[in-house]
Write a protein of this length. Structure first.
Length: 324
């Protein structure tokens, strides 16, 4: 995924295409078509598609936020424009995310989810009519169960899942188990690793290159290869930091999906991170607080790609397995 968090300026897709081509990667995922052309200029979008094709690369994109929104008309107009722009650049599927507030909001979370559902359902006729797919991202504000309910309600023929493994930790879920729950609907991916540290309120998430954190990548990749329809693994490296406030009893009131075993997996992961950091084998929380800069985050993408390729080479159906 190439955008501002990875050091690629909006409106400069050529840099992103050159970057992935030089590293032997297969394509680029942009946050929205505005990262290609802030004005959604059709000629610029088509030019990017042509430049990618000349390099043997694919282009994917997102379409932005699904809400909740108080102005459904304006939101649908923006999303429809994004869908049309995504089609211009050659995308038949695209991801979108949500910005719900789970606690202390003016509107109950279930009502916010209803608002999002209504927006998604309003887009379904367009998606079905054009043979397109909207993939709901496992954003940090949603549990995997909530994502699954939205997909099943709106119709898996037109709506799927964009699996962001690191965000699931914020909701107290084990990404390996969540991937299994969502597997039949996963059509896009956002892959990076997680380091967890104990803080006063619970667990603090820091993002790491694949293989440098606590996630069970053999399980996750096996699920994606053998059970999910996704055929592309997308690396996403940025600096998002969130806390999972498990030491606050009221936190659980808004997290009915949390399972003791999955939460224990995360706590064990934090213990492992703290122990290894104490031995000087991995960075401490303080050492990961500062932004290392765009160059370092791009280097993390290289490390992630190398690590995932090693794991894939040992999984049936991977590059060294069958030709599926």
């Amino acid at each position: 995924m190439c955008g501002r968090p990875q050091g690629f300026d909006d409106g400069s897709p050529e840099d992103a295409l050159a970057f992935v081509h030089a590293r032997g990667l297969d394509g680029v995922l942009f946050a929205t078509p505005r990262a290609i052309s802030p004005e959604l200029d059709g000629a610029a979008l088509r030019a990017t598609a042509e430049q990618a094709s000349e390099r043997g690369l694919y282009v994917e994109t997102g379409i932005g936020c699904l809400g909740p929104s108080r102005d459904s008309g304006a939101l649908l107009a923006e999303l429809t424009a994004m869908i049309e722009a995504a089609r211009t650049v050659g995308c038949r599927q695209f991801f979108a995310y949500t910005r719900t507030v789970r606690t202390h909001g003016e509107v109950a979370h279930r009502e916010q989810l209803d608002n999002v559902r209504q927006t998604m359902e309003a887009l379904v006729p367009l998606l079905r009519g054009e043979g397109l797919r909207l993939n709901l991202k496992t954003h940090e504000d949603l549990s995997s169960q909530e994502v699954l309910r939205l997909v099943e309600t709106c119709g898996p023929d037109a709506v799927g899942v964009s699996l962001d493994v690191a965000n699931l930790v914020v909701r107290g879920e084990d990404p390996a188990q969540a991937a299994k729950r969502l597997a039949p609907h996963i059509h896009q991916t956002h892959l990076e690793d997680v380091a967890l540290y104990f803080v006063e309120g619970g667990l603090r998430r820091k993002l790491r290159p694949c293989g440098a954190g606590i996630l069970d990548w053999r399980s996750i990749l096996t699920t994606l290869v053998e059970e999910a329809p996704a055929d592309r693994l997308t690396l996403e490296q940025h600096m998002g930091q969130f806390d999972t406030s498990i030491f606050d009893r009221s936190w659980f009131d808004a997290e009915p999906h949390v399972h003791a075993r999955e939460l224990a997996t995360l706590v064990h992961g934090a213990w492992r991170c703290e122990t290894r950091a104490g031995r000087g084998e991995t960075p401490t929380l303080e050492e990961l607080t500062d932004d290392p800069g765009a160059a370092a985050r791009r280097a993390d993408l290289d490390a992630s790609a190398a690590f995932l390729r090693r794991i894939l080479s040992t999984i049936t159906g991977g590059p060294s397995g069958s030709d599926s």
